[in-house]
Design a protein around this ligand. Structure first.
Ligand SMILES: Cc1ncc(COP(=O)(O)O)c(C=O)c1O
Length: 492
């Protein structure tokens, strides 16, 4: 490995005459989409209609869509150009070959199984490896990953390091895997109890927190010892790459491409959602070993489409190929984390509780501390997400107890954390828009005692957070609107 060079350990930033350290967009905007900001009374009506579930808001009623980065990142001019030269064919298209070659070049894995998005890749993996009674140890679960594993009778075991579940612990790699727990699992249940081990880059549900290359290599060593297949969920790889580059001294002298390869070299399988990595649609599974590839291959034509498209259009595949190459460019991947760091430090500086250090994906507001008077069984993260929408027209996402599933006996597991995610889709928002969101969250924090809890109006059995509906306990939403009008007059 090249020696760390302190000059490249931090990505270059522009210093302002004012002395401020502000993120600066390293791109220009040439296609725009008009936004509307509804008056607060109409925002209240919209969230009521959506059952206080931000997934059910209509985009026309949203000012800044900070729900997710999935499928909504901005495209580059090169991606758009590549989409015009796509080679349309059911089988054997040159477009697929270009994508396959790019993946082989970046991850160094021979085989690729295309899928229409990340959860489809998870479906294929789970169907191939998971049997009733088997476990899947991982740093932390993601909603769709867990749903597939549990559906097939498997058990998800979360071996995240303790700092990962503390919103206040300042640790550069809160997404690290506790390797000692894996050894203990083998001692308790035997190596035969493990279907595969999963590492999630940029751990989504705990605030977009990364793991270190060093930790991944330790996990790898344990997997080799017991003969476990190590699977990397690379959906949020771009953010994790950035953090390894700027936070892990041993990787400071490595290029993004070298770090990517080092991560892939530690794994047997790399799967991803291209809705997050590289583009806005698609996904797939890269596999090193021919036998593993053949075990999964039959499921692609059955559930996704033929082996040279897997549910993706050729235009999408061309855009992913270019997007993957752009992911190797530090200027392309550092904008999201820098904006998020800006939001987190602005909120934190004004006493708003947020997950620290800033992760990837978005800024994560800690609802448990923000509205500590609302008990967890009244869904504080969902209530805060609703309140943020009312106060600002900004759509965030609940990541707390509402995102959990009930146990088979109907009891409700309380989430480890109650977070509201304000996602920062890559290269979509300007700094002034982000500063507006910060301003309204600060106002809400000053008026936090007005916010109350929620209860279910309609609760679906599976993945309830996607389409369940709730209602406020009491008239706190009306009180919030009245206070807004008193403080802001006729402002939108
Ligand atoms: C870490 C992670 N894995 C898997 C997925 C599922 O991907 P998709 O939404 O493309 O199905 C996501 C999506 O948000 C994710 O963040």
């Amino acid at each position: 490995m090249a020696r760390p060079d302190p000059k490249v350990a931090q990505m270059p930033k522009v210093r302002y005459f004012s002395g401020q350290d502000l993120p600066l967009e390293m791109h220009k905007v040439r296609i725009i989409q008009k936004l509307t900001l509804l008056p607060i009374e109409e925002r209240l009506r919209a969230i009521e209609e959506a059952g206080y579930n931000t997934f059910l808001l209509q985009n026309k009623d949203v000012f800044l869509d900070m729900l997710t980065d999935s499928g909504v990142n901005a495209m580059s001019d090169r991606q758009q150009a590549a989409m015009l030269v796509a080679d349309d064919a059911y089988a054997g298209s040159a477009t697929f070959t270009r994508l396959h070659e790019k993946l082989r070049e970046i991850f160094g894995m021979e085989y690729f199984l295309p899928a229409h998005q990340g959860r489809a890749a998870e479906h294929i993996l789970a169907k191939t490896y998971v049997r009733p009674g088997l476990t899947v140890p991982m740093n932390y679960h993601f909603t769709t990953t867990k749903a597939h594993i549990v559906e097939l009778g498997g058990e998800v075991l979360e071996f995240i390091v303790p700092e990962g579940l503390s919103v206040t612990a300042i640790d550069p790699f809160k997404g690290n895997f506790d390797v000692a727990a894996l050894h203990q699992l083998v001692a308790d249940r035997g190596a035969g109890s493990v279907a595969f081990v999963r590492m999630e880059a940029g751990t989504n549900l705990i605030g977009g927190q990364p793991f270190s290359l060093e930790n991944l290599r330790h996990v790898r060593a344990a997997c080799l010892k017991y003969g476990f297949t190590l699977v990397l969920d690379a959906s949020l790889l771009a953010d994790n790459l950035h953090f390894i580059k700027v936070r892990e001294p041993a990787a400071a002298g490595m290029s993004i491409r070298e770090i990517t390869r080092a991560m892939a070299d530690a794994c047997d399988i790399v799967y991803f959602s291209a809705r997050k990595l590289g583009f806005g649609r698609g996904g797939g599974i890269c596999v090193r070993d021919e036998a593993a590839y053949k075990r999964m291959r039959g499921l692609v034509p059955m559930y996704e489409g033929f082996l040279t498209y897997g549910g993706m259009s050729v235009r999408e595949m061309e855009a992913i190929t270019v997007g993957l190459e752009e992911t190797m460019d530090e200027d392309m991947i550092n904008q999201g984390p820098q904006f998020i760091e800006h939001i987190v430090s602005e909120l934190d500086g004004h006493g708003v509780p947020v997950v620290k250090p800033a992760g990837g994906l978005g800024a994560h507001v800690d609802a448990m501390r923000f509205i500590d008077h609302v008990p967890q069984n009244e869904y504080p993260a969902a209530a805060l997400a609703g309140a943020i929408y009312i106060a600002s027209g900004v759509r965030g996402m609940e990541r707390g107890t509402m995102s959990e599933q009930r146990d088979p006996d109907g009891s409700e597991p309380l989430a480890h954390m109650e977070l509201v995610r304000l996602a920062v889709p890559r290269r979509v928002f300007t700094l002034s828009q982000v500063n507006y969101a910060v301003d309204r969250v600060r106002w809400l924090h000053a008026n936090r005692r007005l916010i109350g809890g929620l209860r279910w109006r309609e609760e679906p059995e599976i993945l309830r957070f996607f389409y369940g509906r709730l209602e406020p306990l009491g008239d706190w939403a009306d009180q919030l609107v009245a206070k807004f009008r008193a403080d802001f007059g006729d402002s939108l």
